[in-house]
Design a protein around this ligand. Structure first.
Ligand SMILES: CC(C)(COP(=O)(O)OP(=O)(O)OC[C@H]1O[C@@H](n2cnc3c(N)ncnc32)[C@H](O)[C@@H]1OP(=O)(O)O)[C@@H](O)C(=O)NCCC(=O)NCCS
Length: 169
């Protein structure tokens, strides 16, 4: 699976890079800085932190890709996942930006990086399960080409983004 190189994001002093085993404390600290509402939007529960088992899964590159946005060196301010749980050629997309930095373009920059990476990895589509009242992620993923459909749970929508090669020329 292609592994992303470290690269500066559009925002000053911010780097998007793969999750490392040494990020555990920083990822916990980021969750501590997130509101219950944000954690509910991401995990559909107020999950205060990632369990060690889930953290290990996010590190396992055979199961998907997790990118972190680093603020200050060693500080994690956002997480993006593309986990291969949705069938061949597909992955589940999920994002979490800490509250104090939301609404400043970080989620968009991270999502765009994940889509590029998904194309590099040969994925055909990304799926995201989002809460119906999560206007922000719905708008973001729709603007990236996502198509929304209902699920059996009226509070949950599924957004599918098809990954096509960008048109050349
Ligand atoms: C959803 C989330 C990842 C978006 O990241 P962000 O950094 O806050 O969003 P951005 O600043 O990049 O904005 C992205 C888009 O969201 C929309 N948006 C931003 N602020 C918004 C607001 N207050 N209300 C509605 N839509 C908004 C806009 O369409 C924006 O696009 P634009 O740049 O063209 O204006 C982030 O808010 C978050 O982590 N929320 C909690 C967890 C969550 O909901 N995760 C998604 C589950 S998969």
């Amino acid at each position: 699976m292609a592994v992303p190189a470290e690269a500066p994001a559009p925002q000053d002093r911010i780097t998007i890079r793969p999750l490392r085993a040494s990020d555990g404390v920083a990822v916990d600290a980021m969750h501590d800085r997130c509101s219950t509402a944000s954690r509910r939007m991401r995990y559909f529960s107020a999950k205060p932190r990632l369990s060690p088992r889930v953290f290990e899964r996010f590190l396992d590159r055979s199961r998907g890709t997790t990118l972190v946005v680093e603020g200050a060196p060693g500080e994690v301010v956002a997480l993006g996942h593309m986990m291969r749980v949705a069938g061949p050629g597909a992955a589940e997309l999920a994002l979490l930006v800490e509250d104090g930095l939301q609404g400043r373009g970080l989620g968009r920059a991270l999502a765009e990086r994940m889509l590029d990476l998904g194309r590099e990895q040969g994925l055909r589509e990304l799926h995201a399960s989002v809460l119906h009242d999560n206007t922000r992620i719905r708008r973001l993923l729709t603007s990236l080409g996502g198509r929304t459909s209902r699920t059996e749970d009226p509070s949950v929508l599924e957004i599918v983004i098809e990954l096509r090669e960008p048109a050349s020329g």
